[in-house]
Design a protein around this ligand. Structure first.
Ligand code: SF4
Length: 444
């Protein structure tokens, strides 16, 4: 264990693991740290202590988090643990009794108190200054906008509500102020996230807040409408197909928000959805998808599914494949059921053997491949707008309205070497493969 050298500016190392919601928690803690004059170190050796933001969703994530804590302890010695794993009983303290403090997720205040106790802040008027948009871990041109914390559902495979609690929506004025600051800082795309985006404001009974001196309800429609005024790409994640989602479709048709919906359907069999305690029925979902597409033909729908949920029969799995044929989703991710410790679903009868869960996952992905490819082929020959993420020897690596960063495909602009990262460009789509589009710059 190396002892950090004394320095005048207290310095914190940061390791951020897990989902976009955890990333957003990390950003809030980093912002507070910088606001109080702490420096952030990219290495363990340069830090006086290290904060590890953990994930505890599935067993593999628990292991990764415990390894990260172990590495930070070995390399630095002073470690504060936060995030979902911290909320899972004594796992962290049992594995690593030397950690200085352990908090659950969304606990910026507790993390700051632990940091103060072990590394007091030093007042410095220059380091106290942080940019108004806070500290972010994403590239400069896109940012996550977390609108709420926790979840009121109790899906039987998920332990997030027990880790993060019931839904707590952020006041709409605060969310819009943050969005505005991000826009002023040069962000081009906002990724709206939460555990259940459609439920925004339910807990506050859609309380009226204020933005720009005007009253505005804490509700997803009003939020999207206001975000649409900022002139950015606004992309919605983790949307549940409640009837209120229909109200968002006109905003997509008008170009106020991106024609993109990330809806985790999880399954298509009524019985399995019931066992999962999911809100929607597959039949109604198909009707809704068709209606949405009639209004917004370019709507991209991404979803995720679980294969091998306890009790899933071959015929119920085939129902899922039939659903994919009918729904013609653009992007699909699938997970083999993982028995997360503490999840109610683990007690259900007839567990599916692990090998079969995996095999069904592979079959599902293979089945979807043709559908996703056909959806992309429809774009060949069309002119579309893209946002540039990177430049490399292939050209500009960009994304279209249909591609969320990190989870969807790319648009490779083969003659886009002179574009700039964070720039919008118009391109003509020339070709595609299963995931990506290939395009050239369109004439002005
Ligand atoms: S909606 Fe279900 S899966 Fe999503 S966070 Fe809530 S309980 Fe978990």
């Amino acid at each position: 264990m190396s002892v950090p050298a004394k320095r005048s500016i207290p310095t914190v190392g940061f390791v951020s693991l897990g989902c976009p919601k955890a990333t957003s928690d990390s950003e809030q803690i980093l912002t507070r740290l910088r606001a109080e004059g702490y420096a952030i170190s990219p290495s363990y050796e340069g830090a006086d202590l290290v904060v590890v933001n953990t994930c505890g969703f599935i067993d593999a994530a628990v292991e990764e988090s415990l390894d990260a804590i172990g590495e930070a302890l070995a390399e630095n010695g002073k470690v504060i643990v936060t995030g979902c794993l911290g909320a899972k009983g004594d796992i962290v303290r049992t594995a690593h009794p030397q950690v200085l403090a352990v908090t659950g997720p969304h606990a910026a205040q507790e993390v700051m108190e632990a940091v103060h106790a072990h590394l007091p802040p030093q007042h410095d008027p220059f380091t106290d200054l942080v940019p108004p948009q806070g500290i972010r871990l994403t590239p400069e041109h896109y940012a996550y906008l977390k609108i709420s914390e926790g979840c009121n559902h109790r899906c039987t495979f998920c332990i997030i509500p027990s880790l993060r609690g019931d839904l707590v929506s952020r006041p709409i004025g605060e969310v819009l102020k943050e969005a505005e600051a991000l826009a002023l800082a040069g962000v081009k795309e906002l990724l709206v996230i939460s555990q259940d985006t459609s439920a925004y404001g339910v807990d506050t009974k859609y309380r009226t807040g204020f933005w720009g001196g005007k009253p505005v309800k804490t509700r997803l429609y009003e939020l999207c409408k206001a975000l649409g005024e900022l002139g950015l790409w606004v992309r919605l994640h983790y949307v549940y197909p409640y009837p209120s989602v229909d109200d968002l479709i006109p905003l997509m048709a008008e170009g106020k928000i991106l024609p993109y919906l990330d809806i985790p359907f999880q399954h298509a069999s009524e019985r399995i959805l019931k066992l999962m305690k999911r809100p929607a029925s597959a039949e109604k979902v198909l009707d809704r998808i068709q209606a949405w597409r009639r209004e917004v033909p370019d709507l991209t729908i991404r979803s995720t599914f679980i294969t091998g949920f306890p009790g899933e029969t071959e015929s119920e799995f085939n129902q899922l494949l039939d659903f994919l044929d009918e729904a013609q989703l653009d992007r699909v991710g699938a997970f083999a059921y993982s028995a997360v410790a503490g999840a109610v679903a683990n007690q259900l009868p007839d567990p599916v053997p692990e090998a079969l869960r995996d095999e069904r996952r592979r079959r599902l992905m293979q089945h979807q491949e043709d559908i996703s490819t056909q959806r992309l082929e429809r774009k060949i020959g069309r002119r579309i707008q893209v946002l540039v993420d990177d430049i490399d020897e292939e050209g500009a690596i960009a994304r279209s309205a249909g591609d969320a960063p990190e989870i969807d495909g790319l648009v490779i602009v083969t003659d886009g070497h002179d574009l700039e990262i964070g720039e919008f460009a118009e391109v003509n789509v020339a070709d595609c493969d299963v995931h990506d589009l290939y395009a050239t710059l369109a004439a002005e």
